[in-house]
Write a protein that binds this ligand. Structure first.
Ligand SMILES: [Zn+2]
Length: 122
């Protein structure tokens, strides 16, 4: 991959990383070991049982959301890491080592597999 494309994808990754960081901070806090945890909504003083149940559900939803944001964040970090430390390994399928199509990278610059080996989680 030429340097121009590499810079383009790097910029896309950095932009998305910034957006994700904001989203993560809105619904979670980083714990001591650097993992994100969902924060419960502020407790209202006069909550009845139903409200508490609702809150728990919301917390579960936030946790699920946080996990998917964190997964995405980690794949972006890993793609950026490749560009920094070994640019030749970026944009290459981790399974068959063929180049990943630019079409696919345009849609997802953090992709680390080609279309054939696309991960189910995407
Ligand atoms: Zn492949």
């Amino acid at each position: 991959m030429n340097e121009e494309s590499l810079n383009k994808y790097k910029q896309m990754l950095l932009d998305e990383k910034q957006t994700l960081e904001k989203e993560l901070e809105e619904i979670g806090v980083k714990n001591k070991i650097g993992d994100w945890e969902a924060v419960p909504e502020k407790t209202e003083q006069e909550a009845d049982e139903n409200d508490l149940a609702d809150k728990f559900e919301d917390y579960e939803e936030r946790s699920a959301m946080l996990n998917s944001l964190e997964d995405r964040y980690n794949s972006i970090e890993s793609a950026l890491g490749k560009i920094e430390s070994d640019p030749g390994s970026y944009g290459v399928c981790s399974v068959c080592h063929n180049p990943i199509s630019t079409e696919r990278l345009d849609a997802n610059p953090a992709a680390n597999t080609c279309k054939i080996h696309m991960e189910k989680s995407e």
